[in-house]
Design a protein. Structure first.
Length: 131
């Protein structure tokens, strides 16, 4: 029971952090094997929350028709701590990212527009999956 409360608290903390960092990032709780589609315009972002992410490695695949227009910002939440893992630019039409983590926790992936890419691409569609 204590572990569930801690996990729930960390999840709420992570969601709160995401809203403060990306004002328009709507959160979605996702699972392994699922594919999720969305489209982003200037200033928009979308958060994907993967509870109980694998410590042996989580693969994140993004497919888009416009390379260098999206960026992924990763956070790892465990034991009531949220770590900022940095940002990666989706530099290919089919991009693979992700990593392995030392402690069981929650992977939070925020998809945002790359600043300066909205003039050429006002709206970018993409799909993201976690394996």
């Amino acid at each position: 029971m204590k572990k569930r409360i801690s996990t729930f608290f960390a999840l709420i903390l992570g969601i709160s952090l995401l809203f403060s960092l990306t004002a328009s990032a709507n959160p979605a709780i996702v699972s392994y094997g699922g594919s999720y589609s969305n489209a982003l315009s200037a200033g928009q972002g979308y958060a994907y929350i993967l509870p109980n992410a694998k410590t042996t490695g989580t693969s994140v695949k993004v497919t888009t028709n416009a390379a260098n227009t999206l960026q992924l910002h990763y956070y790892w939440s465990y034991n009531n701590t949220t770590l900022d893992l940095g940002t990666a630019i989706v530099n290919k039409n089919i991009y693979f990212g992700g990593s392995a983590y030392y402690n069981p926790g929650t992977l939070i992936t925020v998809v945002e527009r790359v600043p300066g890419s909205t003039a050429a691409y006002p709206n970018v569609a993409y799909s993201i999956s976690f394996n």
